[in-house]
Write a protein that binds this ligand. Sequence first.
Ligand code: ADP
Length: 262
Amino acid sequence: MTIVAGVDIGSTTAKCVLLDGDKILGTSLNPVGVDIVKDAERALELALAEAGVSRSEVAFTTGTGYGRYKVYFGQLTVTEISCHARGAHFLFPGTRLVVDIGGQDTKAIKVSPKGEVVDFAMNDKCAAGTGRFLDVCANALGFDVGEIGPLSLQARRPVKISSTCTVFAESEVTSFVSRGKEAKDILAGLHESIVSRSFSLMQRVGVEAEVTFTGGVSRNEGMVLAMRRRLGLPVNVSPLSQYLGAVGAALIGRDRLGGSAA
Ligand code: ADP
């Protein structure tokens, strides 16, 4: 038994995955606050508790994500781009394009048949078209972000969102409400507008099946539907999609450990 950990510290959430071979022993997900070092520790502790494993049993830890340099207990840091590619390939080996939409950034990653990064494109420093954009708009409509996906699936006449900036989109959403538009139609319009933005990134690296959607926004069924419609292709998603950066980190760490042991 060789247990490895992947710890993904994003802009919004900290994720940890514990692997033994290809078996996932435990996962954790907690919000990121001001003390990232503590959040990383907590992510590991929560996953260990879920797995019923002690810290000394973890042979290797890899940090990834925006806060990866704060995973002080780790032995390796790897970019989230490589980790999402590897994690998506692990779950869906036919993946050629990964779309990762997290709290503050969106990435399109072209993946080789071995799960390596061939090319990638990402949004600029603006939060438009990311999870944060959805969080702000959900809040403006009085919903929790977990509620907006299912609600948007009932849309009949999605509105057209023209604002590309998070701040303006929030006021555009409010103005749709005051004009009597229904929340489900506004939300479906928002999802379409975000998918449109990520579609331009996908085109920059080349749209090729299979497409795998990762990151927290892939938990939103409305986004998955909008993505499938826009691409005209099936889109792989899994309940583990938000953890795929951490899964990839654990796998890359496992390779490194195997390499150094050889
Ligand atoms: P990061 O890695 O950048 O910290 P994540 O990949 O964890 O971000 O994604 C966070 C985003 O995922 C949130 O901003 C939110 O929009 C979305 N999200 C989180 N949980 C849910 C949920 N239950 N349903 C729909 N969307 C969700």
